[in-house]
Design a protein. Sequence first.
Length: 227
Amino acid sequence: MPTILIVDDDPHIREVIGFALEKAGFATVEAENGKQALARFHEARPDLVVLDIVMPELDGTEACKALRRVSAVPIVFLSSRDDEVDRILGLELGGDDYVTKPFSPRELTARVKAILRRGQAHDPTTPGGRGLEHGRLRLDLDRYTAFWRDQEVVLTLTEFGILRTLLGHPGKVFNRDQLMDGSYQDYRVVSDRTIDSHVRRVRAKFKALGADPIDTLHGIGYRLGPC
């Protein structure tokens, strides 16, 4: 039974989300602020975090940064702001999805399920084996981990899905729609800026190791470089 950490300073929202998720077969743990969320995370080791952005003590963006320093756990942001800049900021920080208040508990549950399915699914186009390798880049499909040479690169599920799609066909140019079709399993429509944000995060993580495996073809899309 997957465990979901629900972080929101509004007890009513935590109750509504908890009821919907438990009805769908999930176990839940709650926190009322970002500081408490970090403690709950280390205690419960949840499979996914639903994280409000505006909270006292430690807001959602700072809590996300702290979580990303130690884990690639999927994060779904909650926010009362529906501006594209805010959504992009959430994704740039390492969020896997962004839900705007007021929201449908059923929709939120569906998104949680979709993200967790991505974590369990494997690329059906991958012939045999549980790994992909190209040059210095290697993906472990069982553990959902990426390596450059022997150094692990911590990716979110969405970031891993993007890299897995590119690595499945080295040299092939993927437009943004194709790239996200290989990363999302619920056929949602996302903006070009959202896709670019995910790719920028992937590239930034590899650039920290002196690598840049993804080539940008302006106006067309992305492809995996020679690595």
